[in-house]
Design a protein around this ligand. Structure first.
Ligand code: ADP
Ligand code: MG
Length: 225
């Protein structure tokens, strides 16, 4: 069976102009396949996050194309990009990005509510996912009542609850101790295998990068696969 492309870039470039002209991404041509767990590795400042932000539509490239699931999404306007992200993508960040005033469950239901699912269904679904990820006892905890590792698992629950096509994770283990880091990587791996999600993870930690099916290495704004 041939691998199906889920993300493809064509000659992707990204330059920043502030404080000085700087080309952070140079002619990136990558393909990521459906159901793959891919890590983007490289040293600090090499352009990993910049690449992730372009392919996840959080930023706008200077030139080039991004094709997701056969659609040239780089042609979309802002509103189309937002809608596409909400429906098809889930995000995990280094600092968890949970809303501090909301409980674990309330954080996890957000992507469902934003897509118009009713409240009861969303709560049921959030509990289901949190339980699967081992946080059954913490469903009503606020973020500050959770360990760093638990907060990151809540953020993974929020990223997967609406069954998006792609999960993007930017340095998901950067603030975690060894044990929590391993747990988070394992969950990302399992998410990929069990639910057939595509997972794209940025990490500067080679050891975790190696857990992926494939490594995309970024050196000085270029890809060396
Ligand atoms: P990495 O994630 O690999 O550590 P980044 O993708 O964050 O690196 O950054 C790559 C390079 O682009 C760095 O030199 C960084 O300073 C620069 N850069 C990133 N974002 C911006 C921005 N918004 N404005 C100016 N320069 C930026
Ligand atoms: Mg980064």
């Amino acid at each position: 069976m041939n691998a199906t492309s889920i993300i493809k870039t064509k000659d992707l470039n990204k330059s920043f102009h502030d404080p000085v002209e700087f080309q952070a991404l140079k002619n990136i041509n990558v393909q990521i396949n459906q159901g793959e767990f891919v890590s983007i590795v490289g040293s600090s400042g090499s352009g990993k996050s910049t690449l992730l932000y372009q392919i996840s539509l959080l930023d706008t490239p200077t030139s080039g194309e991004i094709i997701i699931d056969g659609v040239t999404v780089s042609d979309f306007d802002q509103n189309q990009k937002t809608q596409f992200r909400l429906k098809n993508m889930g995000f995990v960040f280094q600092d968890y990005a949970l809303i501090p005033e909301l409980t674990a469950t309330e954080n996890v239901i957000l992507p469902l509510l934003m897509q118009g699912y009713d409240h009861d269904y969303s709560i049921k679904k959030a509990h289901e996912v949190l339980k699967t990820l081992g946080l059954e006892k913490q469903i009503n905890n606020l973020p500050n009542q959770l360990s760093g590792g638990e907060q990151q698992i809540v953020s993974i629950a929020r990223a997967v609850v609406h069954s998006p096509k792609i999960i993007f994770a930017d340095e998901p283990t950067a603030n975690l101790d060894l044990e929590s880091s391993k747990a988070v990587i394992k969950i990302l791996e399992e998410t990929c295998k069990k639910f057939k999600h595509t997972v794209v993870m940025v990490t500067h930690e080679e050891e975790y990068g190696k857990k992926a099916d494939r490594i995309i290495r970024v050196v000085d704004g270029r890809v060396e696969e």
